[in-house]
Design a binder for this molecule. Structure first.
Ligand code: NAD
Ligand code: UFG
Length: 357
């Protein structure tokens, strides 16, 4: 029996594949590589010494999805696949609704057809929208601020309706705060296409000389130094949270939402300082206007995940920065593949199966 990982080649997916394999799980990955590179999975194989099947499949292609379920004995699904750039979602809302919502509906229909009813879903702290009180716990009101966030919220609603209709489903909705860092080996990490939208990959690219300076978005927030505060969480801690959620979902069923965060907030300038300590490099920065739609402060109350999943984030901000820096300095160009040349698989839609097995 295998765990199906959608979007397994991506940043969080690849780290979770590694943890699952190390914990002795069998996995099957599907990805359309729209925002990732098969090289991440090659490296997961190398790091774990374990092999697994990878399918070049788009969730919008329901027939191919069915083929994956036919060819493998899937017992549960961890569903990472989705588009995630907030700004892009404002420009291209239909793409986001189509990819994230239709993709998830296809997945759920196929799961139901094959009687696979255990799911761990990647949601986001973005579903809390504008919140005045902190830390944020799971029972806080939700309300998304952009199309990306609305896709997460809509999927959460769809999952709740599904569970109400049939309580054989077991579903964990994981609301991630701000994942950063990389695996200790420096072999897998975050590899955004183009100029990074997010703070840590922007900082690491400044450190490695690909970008000249960091733009700090606003310094008039009601925070320690006026810059935005977030709950940064090490991607390996986050990956481990999926294993705990999977265990719980498979053993008890139910539908539950969990915050995956550390409970600690750091400002942009505190992250810059931590990164400078870790990398021993200076990060030049300039204060610019606040980014539209940004919240001042966001950090989690992670107690529910501790109580019910037995999970706590263990790694602090210094380790997050050290690991992010190791990944970026060892891989200044990420997985180092031009998107057009990503892999032979992408050139031929007939080349459906990518895996080594
Ligand atoms: P990522 O872009 O690195 O990974 C997503 C993967 O899904 C990519 O490999 C992409 O190619 C694949 N994918 C996208 N659409 C697909 C489709 N239709 N069919 C098949 N594969 C498809 O992103 P990530 O940072 O690893 O995030 C994983 C999940 O976590 C996403 O759902 C994201 O919205 C959510 N999330 C991420 C963050 C974050 O800051 N990274 C925060 C909160 C939630
Ligand atoms: N920031 C800068 N300069 C940059 C990038 C970011 O100053 O170049 C600041 C932001 O203003 C914010 C902080 O750094 O104060 C973190 O910004 P990120 O873009 O890294 O992260 P966000 O909290 O804005 O958003 C991220 C994901 C969302 C997700 C959310 C909650 O991008 O998709 O975390 O999980 F919804």
């Amino acid at each position: 029996m295998a765990i199906l990982i959608t979007g397994g080649a991506g940043y969080i997916g690849s780290h979770t594949c590694l943890e699952l394999l190390n914990a002795g799980h069998e996995i099957v990955v599907i990805d359309n590589f729209s925002n990732s590179n098969p090289e991440s999975l090659e490296r997961v194989c190398k790091l774990t010494g374990k092999d697994f099947k990878t399918y070049f499949v788009d969730l919008l292609d329901k027939e191919m999805l069915e083929k994956v379920f036919l060819e493998n004995e899937i017992e549960a699904v961890i569903h990472f696949a989705g588009l995630k750039a907030v700004g892009e979602s404002v420009e291209l809302p239909l793409l986001y609704y189509q990819n994230n919502i239709t993709g998830t509906l296809n997945l759920l229909e196929v799961m139901k057809h094959f009687n696979v009813k255990k799911l761990v879903f990647s949601s986001s702290a973005t579903v809390y929208g504008l919140t005045e009180r902190f830390p944020i716990s799971e029972d806080f009101p939700v309300g998304a601020l952009n199309p990306y966030g609305r896709t997460k919220l809509m999927i959460e609603e769809i999952l709740k309706d599904l569970y109400i209709s049939d309580q054989e489903w077991g579903i964990s909705i994981l609301r991630y705060f701000n994942p950063i860092g990389a695996h200790k080996s420096g072999m897998i990490g975050e590899d955004p296409f183009g100029v990074p939208n997010n703070l840590m990959p922007y900082i690491t690219q400044v450190a490695v000389g690909k970008l000249t300076q960091l733009n700090v978005f606003g310094n008039h927030y009601p925070t320690v130094d006026g810059t935005g505060v977030r709950d940064y969480i090490h991607v390996v801690d986050l990956a481990k949270g999926h294993l705990m959620a999977l265990k719980k979902t498979c053993s008890t069923g139910k539908l539950e939402s969990y915050n995956l965060g550390t409970g600690n907030g750091y400002s942009v300038l505190e992250v810059v300082s931590a990164f400078e300590r870790a990398s021993k490099r200076k990060i030049p920065f300039k204060i610019v206007e606040a980014r539209k739609g940004d919240v001042a402060i966001c950090f989690a109350d992670p107690l529910k995940a501790k109580k019910e999943l037995g999970w706590v984030a263990e790694k602090g901000i210094d380790e997050m920065c050290e690991d992010a820096w190791r990944w970026q300095s060892l891989n200044p160009n990420g997985y180092d593949v031009n998107k057009d040349l990503v892999s032979p698989y992408l050139k031929s839609s007939e080349d459906f199966f990518v895996g080594n097995k």
